[in-house]
Design a protein. Structure first.
Length: 578
């Protein structure tokens, strides 16, 4: 280890080292908590940012895991202090956890800046916690390492493996069709989530923790370890040890999160069958790091990189526990070496190439070879046209092949309650060839861009055996979702995007191979409709929601606040001297 810092250069020394009244006050308050000078003098102060909450089942083990991290920090000669931050629970937070991603990012940045912190351990995993923690730490600029919560164990019902989210959607359709009764539904409810940890499908949580690793912000293999595995405790302690050395090495996020690192993350995401949410979060993270990553970078990678991870919902059978035993993310990355920047730096102090050297695949059906991919292109595709001039996203690897090229009449809904009421009406005039459309569900219209994008298939069609149809919205969808769902239509309808001009009966054409999405409506007619659009009604008049509505960017720009992004080419995250 090459030390670039000495104890007198530690950021925390500004609080504790001086012989003055302010430092006296800081030291005396540490003593009030039972610490002695031997605990902090000349040692890096490590803030452990813990997103534990009684409302967050994904992070239920974090009260225990923080002790493992502290053990590692102490072993390496650091001084660990736990700091609670917002949990952004995906399940319970309304109207959408996405609304509060930026709140957590701001909190992380300010907590680090305002306290005597030399380095930070970021504890997250539930969907929005990963990008929020990384965005905040990147802007704060101190050395930081990410500790993923890990996927939960496989679900089980009557001997069948259940995947969180994906099988909930699947069996809900069967219940709506009358094929599953209340007793079976209750059994599924009790068996689908058997342990703490985040979703064990390739949902947003597994996608974003894998992206954190591909970026170089975790130890090698950290994102694949199941939450309930003893190896997870060892990984936490190892991360605690490593962050101390990172402080001495001055290994900051700015040194790791280069454009090459973000290109690696995009490549890995495509090969994993990633969540569509990856695009919004990774663009936001890149813009915090001063890297101009756009939708075009994702689409270009998708054209080159096939889906290799045979994990639901893109895959047909396996879950993240299987992925871990097949070799985990290092094994997958080992099959992508021709696509990766192997010289990119990681938190370990080693390059990506060094970190994955020797990784082996133990099950070729779970982590497929390049010539036996489960989908020949990457997980996501970016479409543009007169319905989405700034782009929208589809996950073709998880939708019915016949719907990748389709023309059909639109069936348009302006809000989710109307959509739900109509799709539950068995007398709804709809065919499998219709295109369901939900609008006013974007960053401002939702508000907070809720995960409504997997629009429910009308009950009459479900009973007739239909399990997929084309659906379009400016909302997002859960990474555990599947089907021919086109999402993130930008600009959103609430701000006058073209989706606001679409009417029931208009023909919509989608062509995934050629990356097009268009409404077959003459330009003159669209202009007439635009002139008649009412002004948008504000969603908030006070508080955080008001600030959010004034500063949130559109989906194709990552939905970050305009005042928090870093100028491209500028150095992100210079720690403030407070």
């Amino acid at each position: 280890m090459t030390r670039l810092k000495t104890p007198d250069l530690l950021r925390s020394a500004r609080w504790f080292a001086a012989d003055d009244l302010r430092s006296f006050g800081h030291r005396s308050r540490l003593r009030q908590m039972g610490y002695a000078p031997e605990d902090w003098a000349g040692r890096p102060v490590i803030a452990i940012l813990n997103t534990w909450s009684d409302f967050n089942s994904c992070h239920a083990h974090f009260r225990d895991r923080v002790e493992d991290i502290k053990r590692g920090v102490l072993q390496a000669g650091g001084f660990p202090l736990e700091v609670p931050v917002h949990s952004v629970s995906e399940t319970f937070l309304k109207p959408s956890s996405m609304l509060y991603r930026n709140m957590l990012a701001m909190e992380v940045e300010e907590v680090i800046r305002a306290h005597p912190v030399d380095g930070a351990v970021l504890m997250g995993g539930c969907d929005k916690s990963t990008p929020a923690l990384l965005m905040g730490a990147t802007s704060a600029g101190v050395p930081a390492i990410y500790v993923p919560a890990g996927p939960m164990l496989r679900g089980n019902w009557n001997g069948k493996t259940l995947g969180s989210g994906s099988d909930a959607w699947k069996f809900w359709d069967e219940r709506r069709a009358g094929n599953i009764g209340e007793a079976e539904w209750n059994e599924i409810e009790g068996g689908i989530a058997r342990s703490y940890g985040h979703c064990m499908t390739m949902g947003t949580a597994s996608t974003m923790t894998a992206i954190a690793e591909a970026l170089g912000m975790t130890l090698a293999g950290a994102s694949s370890v199941p939450a309930a595995d003893a190896g997870h405790m060892r990984m936490c302690a190892a991360s605690g040890r490593r962050i101390v050395d990172m402080v001495w090495e001055d290994l900051t996020p700015a040194r790791i999160q280069t454009r090459a690192a973000f290109e690696n993350a995009i490549i890995v995401a495509m090969a994993m069958g990633c969540s569509t949410n990856a695009i919004i979060h990774l663009i936001a993270q890149a813009r915090r790091a001063g890297c101009d990553i756009t939708l075009d970078d994702f689409d270009a990678a998708s054209r080159r990189v096939p889906v290799l991870a045979n994990v639901r919902p893109s895959g047909d059978a396996y879950l993240m526990e299987d992925f871990y035993f097949a070799g985990g993310l290092p094994a997958l990355m080992g099959r992508l070496t021709d696509f990766l920047h192997l010289d990119a730096l990681t938190v370990s102090g080693r390059t990506v190439g060094e970190a994955i050297a020797g990784a082996k695949v133990h099950n070729d059906d779970v982590i497929r070879p390049l010539d036996k991919a489960i989908y020949d292109e990457g997980a996501l595709a970016v479409l543009r046209g007169n319905l989405a001039p700034e782009g929208c996203v589809i996950k073709p690897s998880a939708c019915a092949p016949h719907l990748r090229v389709h023309t059909g009449p639109a069936l348009v809904f302006d809000d989710y309650p109307s959509l739900k009421a109509a799709t539950d009406d068995e007398n709804l005039d709809v065919t499998p060839g219709h295109v369901l459309v939900l609008r006013n569900a974007g960053p401002l219209g939702g508000p907070g861009m809720p995960e409504w994008g997997m629009l429910p298939i009308p009950k009459a069609l479900v009973k007739a055996g239909v399990r997929d149809m084309l659906r379009i919205s400016d909302a997002r969808m859960s990474g555990t979702s599947y089907g021919a769902c086109i999402l993130h239509v930008s600009p959103e309808s609430h701000v006058g995007g073209p989706l606001a001009l679409l009417r029931t009966g208009d023909l919509v054409t989608v062509d995934v191979p050629n990356r097009r999405i268009d409404m077959e409506v003459p330009a003159e007619e669209l202009e007439r409709r635009r002139a008649a659009l009412p002004a948008p009604v504000p969603r908030y008049e006070r508080g955080y929601g008001w600030m959010y509505s004034k500063h949130i960017s559109q989906a194709h720009l990552g939905c970050d606040f305009d005042f928090l992004e870093t100028s491209f080419g500028a150095a992100p995250g210079e720690p403030a001297i407070y």
